[in-house]
Design a protein around this ligand. Structure first.
Ligand SMILES: Cc1cc2nc3c(=O)[nH]c(=O)nc-3n(C[C@H](O)[C@H](O)[C@H](O)COP(=O)(O)OP(=O)(O)OC[C@H]3O[C@@H](n4cnc5c(N)ncnc54)[C@H](O)[C@@H]3O)c2cc1C
Length: 344
């Protein structure tokens, strides 16, 4: 049987792409070996909740806000209107995949090893055989497969551990130049994790990659890259669930139209670029990759209400796109702070 679209990977990017395409009446196959547990802090951000709401079944804890720290400087950001949750990631993935299957998508438990683009179809080779489809979606995260087809080359190495510590109501992020560690509260424990650009931190735990830059080209003649496979994660605090789900949907809409002969795959890149503001977030994370600026950033978040509110808006994605005036305000405040400190 020839499928309209083969979706490779059943994380949020793949499952939501498969759900949307199946709901639109297309013949869809999702392929995943279903053999790994994902390392994820499971923070479902305000941006995600605003767009998609929350399924209470996933919720481990409702959060009041975030705490950011640099060395011994700690700032608390209590959300004024945004809502954020800590969720059970394993359950979330399972439910999303089941919904796609419920909408008519077929599942093949297998690992894709290569793709071959042809004039009017794509051949997907797996460990057990091959599949033919009109198009494919690569939703395999930062993996050997996505690397073969233009996936992210820049990513952080992360390790996460479960700790039997009483959970609080805030997501805690300890910032270091170019890296961060976190404490994510769950129902009756916490998940602590840390990231490094130099390879996996030498501690036991679940391992995973976080890409921090979108790849230059997210489309080919017969396939699209979505979610982590396209490098869609906020470089500021590692939020990826929203971008995975939304990019899966944008890819599904683009392919549905391509199947009907109404557009070309390049439109996908134009569409996600209109929605996702990675350049504003990159600018901020670049700014705070210097330890003196980072120190000023956390101190101002602690001491200045207007600055604290702006950091809240960035973390919660309140304005969708970061305005140039907001970046200007951040830079102005940081420069003032650094100037004052240098006088003493
Ligand atoms: C430690 C850590 C903590 C994180 N915490 C958060 C957080 O709190 N909040 C947040 O928003 N984001 C967080 N993220 C990011 C988030 O987990 C990712 O952005 C998100 O999982 C990406 O979804 P995806 O569907 O693109 O890929 P994934 O969820 O990685 O799914 C990829 C799927 O592809 C399958 N696959 C891989 N190779 C193949 C192959 N060859 N053939 C077939 N299938 C294949 C895998 O089995 C997997 O199921 C975190 C990431 C890490 C590493």
């Amino acid at each position: 049987m020839k499928y309209d679209v083969a979706v490779i990977g059943a994380g949020p990017a793949g499952s939501f792409a498969a759900l949307k395409l199946s709901s639109l009446g297309h013949r869809i196959l999702i392929i995943d070996p279903c053999d790994t547990k994902k390392a994820c802090a499971g923070i479902m951000t305000a941006q995600y909740i605003r767009k998609y709401g929350i399924n209470e079944d996933f919720v481990e804890k409702k959060l009041k806000g975030s705490r950011i720290s640099f060395r011994d400087i700690h700032a608390e950001i209590t959300y004024r209107k945004a809502v954020e949750y800590s969720i059970n990631r394993e359950l979330y993935d399972r439910v999303n995949l089941n919904e796609a299957i419920g909408a008519g998508c077929d599942l093949k438990i297998d690992k894709v090893v290569s793709l071959e683009e042809q004039e009017s179809s794509i051949i997907i080779r797996t460990n057990k055989g091959s599949i033919i489809a009109d198009y494919a979606i690569i939703a395999s995260g930062v993996s050997d497969l996505s690397q073969l087809y233009g996936g992210p080359k820049k990513y952080a190495f992360c390790v996460q551990q479960k700790k039997d510590i009483k959970p609080g109501d805030y997501y805690e992020i300890d910032l270091q130049p170019g890296a961060y560690s976190w404490v994510a509260p769950k129902k009756d424990h916490v998940l602590t994790g840390c990231s490094s650009l130099e390879g996996y931190p030498d501690i036991p735990g679940e391992k995973g990659f976080i890409p921090f830059e979108p790849v230059k080209k997210t489309f080919s003649k017969r396939f699209l890259l979505v979610g982590d496979a396209a490098g869609f994660v906020s470089p500021f605090e590692g939020e990826g669930l929203y971008y995975s789900r939304r990019s899966g949907e944008i890819a599904a809409e683009t392919l549905s139209e391509a199947i009907a002969g109404k557009n070309i795959l390049k439109d996908y890149q134009i569409r996600w670029k209109k929605e996702f503001d990675f350049s504003g977030l990159s600018m901020i994370s670049y700014l705070i990759s210097n330890s003196r600026i980072l120190e000023a950033f956390v101190r101002l978040t602690r001491d200045n209400e207007k600055f604290n509110n702006l950091v809240e808006d960035i973390i919660t994605g309140e304005n969708k796109k970061i305005k140039i005036t907001e970046i200007g305000f951040l830079i102005q405040m940081l420069s003032k702070d650094l100037l004052l400190k240098s006088r003493y």
